[in-house]
Design a protein around this ligand. Sequence first.
Ligand code: HEC
Ligand code: HEC
Length: 227
Amino acid sequence: MTHLSKILTLSALALTLGACSNIERSRNLGNPQVSGYTLAQQVCSTCHGGTGVNNNGNAINPTYPNLAGQQAAYLETEMQEFHDHTRRDPAARDMMWGIARDFTPQQIKELAAFYSKQKPLPNPASSDPTQAAAGQKLFVEGSLEQSVPACAACHGANAEGNGPIPRLAGQHADYLYKQLMAFNGDVGRENHPETQERPQGVVMESISHGLTDEQKHQVATYLQSIQ
Ligand code: HEC
Ligand code: HEC
């Protein structure tokens, strides 16, 4: 090998290595080669928590839902909905539509698998035990007189979720409350699903509608406080 060709080979190698490590640090949401894991570390962690330390998908700011330990099937559905613009509450529009625009089916699968396997971090004890106790009663028993079924019947005794039914345990109360309001607001627009914020949450509409505003707060407070 001549001196020159050696240099050329080495620089080609450096370029290849450079490209390789770049793709592992890529924030490029438009490149289908970027893995779900890389997106989680480089993009999602900004809002949903994580990066290197053992807190992936545990968001500090309650605007951003925790993804750690969430059901994989539910995560896939939601990512697909952001991609397709069917979930269209204001925060979803503002923050998730752009992120999900170029998701490939493979990236969705990898992201869902990754976050479903992360460990949810314990929460501080509830600051309002009376509200939390009232919320627990609603969660476990529902309310017969308001025709509200027990949340536990679908979301599981420990609010751990099941496949397409989301985990609610340890989720930020502010976020949960906001979603209950979104389902509530969708009532009566069934014939025009294109005007609904969460058209796939049909089962949640009458349930949310049956709860008073205070009860929504109570159940959200309880759910945030459990692991
Ligand atoms: C700029 C901040 C931001 C970034 C970055 C971001 N998200 Fe989100 N994400 C949000 C917000 C805000 C919501 C809640 C939307 C709402 O209130 O409906 C959300 C909701 C979600 C949900 C629905 C959770 C649930 O319980 O229904 C999933 C899944 C999700 N994001 C996945 C991701 C993934 C995967 C990435 C990275 C590829 C990502 N997000 C990056 C802000 C962000
Ligand atoms: C019949 C089954 C069923 C019952 C009972 C039920 N849920 Fe749900 N819930 C669901 C399903 C399914 C979804 C997912 C909807 C979607 O994909 O948009 C959901 C979604 C939610 C969400 C949104 C979570 C997120 O991460 O965005 C909240 C909050 C919620 N339920 C709270 C409750 C509460 C509180 C109760 C009891 C008062 C309850 N649910 C009872 C089936 C149920």
